[in-house]
Design a binder for this molecule. Structure first.
Ligand code: HEC
Length: 111
C-alpha cells in the first residue's frame, strides 16, 4: 500500500510540469508556429513574407481585404484567393477545418 502511494506521488511530481507546459500553449499557437510563422511575425509589425501580425485582430488589413474581423479572418484563412485573387498567401489544408481555423483566430486575438 505504502509503495503504491509513493509511486503515485512520484508520478504526479513528474507529470505536473509537463501538464503546465501543455496548458500554456493555445492550440492555435501550435498551428500558427508550424504553418504561419515562416511568413509572419507574431510579436512585431515587421514584415516577413507577409505583414507582421501584432495586434492584427480588428485592424485594417495591409492586404486590401478590409477590416480584419472574425468573419473576414475566417474567409481569408479558408481561401485567401477568394478575397484577393492575386494574393501570394497560399491556401492551407488545415485551415479548411473550421475548428482549427477558429483556434488560429483565437490565437491571433491574443497578439
Ligand atoms: C508562404 C507565406 C505565407 C504563409 C505560410 C502564411 N501567410 Fe498569411 N500572408 C502572406 C502574404 C504574402 C500576405 C499578404 C497578402 C497580400 O497582400 O495579398 C498574408 C496576409 C495575411 C493576413 C492579412 C494581414 C494584413 O494586414 O493584410 C493574415 C491575417 C494572415 N496572412 C494570416 C496567416 C495565418 C494565420 C497563416 C497560417 C495559417 C498564414 N497567414 C500563412 C503569406 C503567408
Amino acid at each position: 500500500m505504502m509503495r503504491i502511494s509513493l509511486l503515485a506521488l512520484i508520478m504526479t511530481a513528474f507529470a505536473m510540469p509537463l501538464y503546465a507546459q501543455a496548458a500554456d500553449e493555445l492550440p492555435g499557437e501550435k498551428i500558427f508556429n508550424s504553418r504561419c510563422k515562416v511568413c509572419h511575425n507574431a510579436m512585431t509589425n515587421q514584415r516577413k513574407i507577409g505583414p507582421g501580425l501584432q495586434e492584427v485582430f480588428g485592424r485594417e488589413s495591409e492586404s486590401g481585404i478590409g477590416m480584419l474581423t472574425e468573419e473576414r479572418l475566417h474567409q481569408w484563412l479558408e481561401n485567401p484567393k477568394a478575397l484577393k485573387p492575386k494574393t501570394r498567401m497560399p491556401k492551407y489544408g488545415p485551415m479548411q477545418d473550421p475548428i482549427k481555423r477558429q483556434a488560429v483566430i483565437d490565437y491571433l486575438k491574443t497578439l
